[in-house]
Design a protein around this ligand. Structure first.
Ligand code: AMP
Ligand code: GLY
Length: 424
């Protein structure tokens, strides 16, 4: 079996690495990949951009790729899956229409609302005055979201009316997020604890992935600016049996059914960002039409079944009898970012990595190989990930790995996993 993974982040390194562990997988290509995927056995990078759909199609035809797995949301929202299907090529991901669950917050909220799937109350606006009137009526705290893709930066939690008004003006008048912010969703501020609930869907059938939780804020104690994610672990103790049941029966099941009955059956990874309240009720904060980053890194370390196989079954609508086997140990990943992230930061620092194993491994994200040296090349650069007998042990092992990385310009939180440990 030959596999193509599209993307260049930590998620894609982890997916490609997981697939490469199985004998039936002959080779994994990553487009365009990073230094991590360049250095793995049985994995090679190809220099085709993840949004160059015609280029990717030509490559898949030439190399006779058996299954393509899409990492990031951008090519999905552009319609890569529809294009591949037109050419009869196997690809695991949602169609352009179904990707709107992530591509448009208004689409997502309207879908949830008309299907009675629990979420924060909301209203969408394109004009400033009615938006500000709505905020005045509802009061702060309140949440303002740019409609389109904004790389995780289009969400403002406003703690006062003034902050809310500024955010609305910024997005609707100031063009802060360009086209993505020409429409805003204003919604209720939800309290509780967040978890990432990720499943595979084949249009009909659902195969849940192991539970996980990430830390979106940059600094310790969940303080500081919002980021793409500074660390994650699996399983997530906050996802009790009841939370799991609520998530499957009230959110994921109804979503898959409604996508089908509305004529846009969902195939691919489906990631619900959930807010869990004290009574273990769940509400959808957002949908992503892909795997989470960095959730993928600890989850892939626990997955014992061949992901490439599961994706092929998913693409063929055959997940009904599929199972995923999980390592019973806990896994935790600490993101090592460039100092300054998510604002401006330096690139081109030399990085030296320790030996890795299948239970303690540094996944690459923003790295590039130059003259056989690993250089930093992005905001989130590495994710040091380790298995341990429990969450505490996995945390200790992941931080040991962080300390063994030689890179002067790195920044990481020192408390990844604390939320999970509070439950134990
Ligand atoms: P989103 O991109 O919609 O997931 O939002 C990014 C982050 O903002 C989420 O992970 C939450 O931490 C926070 N957030 C989004 N919506 C809400 C909400 N309605 N109430 C509280 N926090 C929220
Ligand atoms: N870790 C959050 C995300 O992938 O969106």
């Amino acid at each position: 079996m030959k596999v193509l993974v599209i993307g260049s982040g930590g998620r894609e390194h982890a997916i490609a690495w997981q697939c490469s562990q199985f004998n039936e997988v002959k080779h994994v290509f990553v487009a365009p990949g990073n230094a991590g995927t360049a250095l793995e056995k049985k994995i090679s990078n190809i220099s085709i951009d993840s949004e160059n759909i015609p280029g990717l199609i030509s490559f898949v035809k030439e190399e006779l790729i058996d299954i393509t797995i899409v990492g990031p949301e951008a090519p999905l929202v552009l319609g890569i899956v529809d294009e591949f299907k037109y050419e009869d090529l196997a690809i695991f991901g949602p169609s352009k229409k179904a990707s709107q669950l992530e591509g448009s917050k208004v689409f997502c909220k309207d879908f949830l609302d008309r299907n009675d799937i629990p979420t924060a109350y909301y209203q969408a606006f394109t004009e400033t005055k009615p938006a500000i009137d709505y905020v005045k009526e509802k009061g702060a705290p309140i949440v303002i979201k740019a409609d389109g893709l904004a790389a995780g930066k289009g969400v403002i939690i406003a703690h006062s009316l003034e902050e809310a008004t500024d955010a609305i003006n910024d997005m609707l008048e100031g063009n802060r997020f360009g086209e993505a912010g020409s429409r805003v969703v204003i919604e209720e501020f939800l309290e509780g604890e967040e978890a990432s609930f990720i499943v595979m869907v084949d249009g009909n059938n659902i195969l849940p992935m192991a539970t996980s939780q990430d830390h979106k804020a940059r600094d310790n104690g969940d303080k500081g600016p919002n980021t793409g994610g500074m660390g994650a672990y699996s399983p997530a103790p906050v996802v009790t049996d009841l939370v799991y049941k609520n998530a499957m029966e009230k959110v994921i099941g109804p979503t898959v059914d409604a996508m089908k009955s509305e004529g846009m059956p969902y195939t691919g990874f489906l990631y619900a960002g959930l807010m869990i309240d004290q009574n273990e009720n769940v509400k959808v904060l957002e949908y992503n039409c892909r795997f989470g980053d960095p959730e993928t890194q600890p989850i892939m370390m626990r997955l014992q079944s061949n992901l490439a196989n599961l994706c092929l079954l998913g693409a063929n609508g055959s997940l009904a009898n599929a199972t995923a086997e999980w390592d019973s140990r806990s896994s935790l990943g600490v993101v090592m970012a460039a100092k300054g992230y998510p604002y401006s930061y330096q690139k081109g620092d030399i990085i030296r990595l320790p030996e890795s194993s299948s239970s303690a491994k540094v996944f690459h994200a923003g790295t590039v190989l130059y003259n056989n040296k690993i250089l930093s090349n992005g905001g989130r650069v590495l994710c040091a990930t380790a298995l341990g007998k429990d969450l505490k042990d996995a945390q200790g092992r992941a931080y040991k790995l962080v300390n063994e990385v030689k890179w002067r310009g790195s920044y990481s939180r020192t408390d990844i996993g604390f939320k999970g440990l509070q439950h134990e």
